[in-house]
Design a protein around this ligand. Structure first.
Ligand code: AMP
Length: 282
């Protein structure tokens, strides 16, 4: 049976989703406007659809797995679960009000018209808090709604917050912290292929946070170098063909590289190479 995976065909999640699948080792050629793309050497087909539709396709079983935003999944209230957090497409669903509007706390939203492209999430949030609002559903350009006087405030997705700032809006509260996720239908019995896909995507994501270090050192320096780079189990030490020199290989967290390198150098390492890692299966 061919495993069907729905991926976003445009927008912010499109490129990073496709890149992650390529890094995970899946080989495919997506041509312009192709909806269904077969993966070479694997019983997998990628279905390119809108990020919003990914949720529906997975919920009704037309696709087995899908990549979409957590915000869209919550908004759809569909029977899907997060199989894996993918670490890209990070953003927040934020309640914001025009500067100088006098709205500074979430309670001040009472009686306000709130423009949003996430009306269900907004209804749920304010109902839970017992704050009555009128949602004004909009498909896009939510941040201009107060200026057009179709709303008093907004609930919108932000990543840097600069769009809101430009439009004279200041954030008041965060409703949801979102990122891209891999989803599966609730209660879905994972096939071997879908488990493999999840494992390989996880391996690619872990690899992004790692760097492979290769260096040379004198045999005497190994005892001071090894504790600096313990790696997954322990560093690999390979003899060089000449002298009392060895090559030391290890994996470190990408975030540690900047302070590990000077310590390695001080401990006697030379010719240090820092390489990207494609996949990590711990
Ligand atoms: P699209 O509208 O197709 O670009 O996709 C929008 C999805 O990208 C949203 O549902 C979020 O999951 C995600 N996203 C990440 N950052 C942002 C942002 N700053 N604004 C809107 N959507 C974002």
């Amino acid at each position: 049976m061919t495993l069907k995976i729905a991926l976003p065909n445009k927008g912010r999640l499109e490129k990073p989703a496709t890149e992650l699948f390529k890094q995970a080792g899946f080989r495919f050629e997506r041509t312009e406007r192709s909806l269904a793309v077969p993966v070479s050497d694997a019983p997998i087909e990628l279905l390119y659809v809108r990020a919003k539709d990914v949720v529906e396709l997975v919920a009704d079983g037309a696709a087995d797995l899908g990549v979409t935003g957590l915000d869209l999944t919550r908004e759809a209230r569909a029977p899907v679960d997060t199989a894996l957090e993918l670490g890209f497409g990070r953003c927040s669903l934020v309640a914001a009000a025009p500067e100088g509007s006098g709205i500074t706390a979430i309670e001040d939203f009472a009686g306000m018209r709130v423009a949003t492209s996430h009306p269900r999430s907004v209804d749920g949030f304010f109902t839970d808090k017992g704050i009555p609002v009128t949602t004004v559903p909009l498909a896009g350009s939510v941040e201009v709604a107060p200026r057009l006087d179709v709303a008093d405030a907004v609930v919108d997705l932000v990543s840097s917050g600069s769009t809101m700032l430009i439009n004279g809006l200041k954030p008041v509260a965060e409703l949801l912290s979102s990122q891209a996720i891999l989803i599966e239908r609730t209660g879905f019995a994972r096939s071997e292929t879908s488990q493999t896909v999840i494992t390989m995507l996880d391996a690619a994501m872990t690899a992004r946070r790692k760097r492979y270090l290769v260096m040379n050192c004198h045999l005497d320096a190994i005892d001071s170098i090894a504790p600096i780079i313990p790696g997954i189990a322990a560093p690999t030490v390979v003899p060089l063909t000449a002298g009392d020199m060895v090559a030391v290989h290890s994996v470190v967290d990408a975030s540690d590289v900047w302070h590990v390198l000077p310590r390695l150098k001080a401990a006697g390492a030379t010719g240090i190479l820092v390489l990207p890692v494609q996949q990590v299966l711990a």
